[in-house]
Design a binder for this molecule. Structure first.
Ligand SMILES: N=c1c2ncn([C@@H]3O[C@H](COP(=O)(O)OP(=O)(O)OP(=O)(O)O)[C@@H](O)[C@H]3O)c2ncn1[C@@H]1O[C@H](COP(=O)(O)O)[C@@H](O)[C@H]1O
Length: 108
């Protein structure tokens, strides 16, 4: 079976590596540069994914999405926002359309 890393796993990895030595960890190095750099990287990765979606091969879309999700996890760590908080916001929106229960039933 193909190995997979969930968004939740990724946020844990980022939180742990963010405490590492910046010389040993890209995550720690990026966080040490501060919020401006973290936000800039997220913006760049978003543009790269948008360009790949319009004109790139499918594999590039997958690779750029992985880059974007990683940099999103770093930004959330930098702002001390948990994935659970984002999920709760998504649940509010899903609840509004009455689809929350349906989605969790599909997972069972
Ligand atoms: N998923 C990622 C991931 N995706 C992208 N990147 C890094 O993001 C950087 C961004 O790519 P760019 O093309 O902009 O590269 P760059 O020009 O070298 O980067 P900058 O100097 O501009 O910051 C690359 O250097 C990649 O290595 C990642 N770095 C880390 N992870 C995950 O984080 C974990 C911990 O990594 P470390 O913090 O390095 O231990 C890894 O095991 C992975 O699971």
């Amino acid at each position: 079976m193909t190995a997979r890393v969930s968004l939740e796993d990724l946020t844990h990895i980022v939180a742990e590596r963010g405490r590492a030595d910046p010389a040993q960890s890209y995550t720690a190095k990026l966080l040490a540069k501060g919020m401006d750099e973290v936000a800039k990287k997220l913006g760049e990765e978003g543009v790269e994914l948008a360009l790949a979606a319009v004109a790139g091969p499918r594999e590039r879309v997958i690779a750029e999405t992985a880059d974007l999700l990683y940099h999103l996890a770093v930004l959330l760590a930098a702002r001390e926002v948990s994935l659970a908080e984002v999920e709760a916001e998504l649940a509010k929106r899903t609840g509004r359309s009455g689809l929350a229960e349906k989605a969790s039933r599909t997972k069972e």
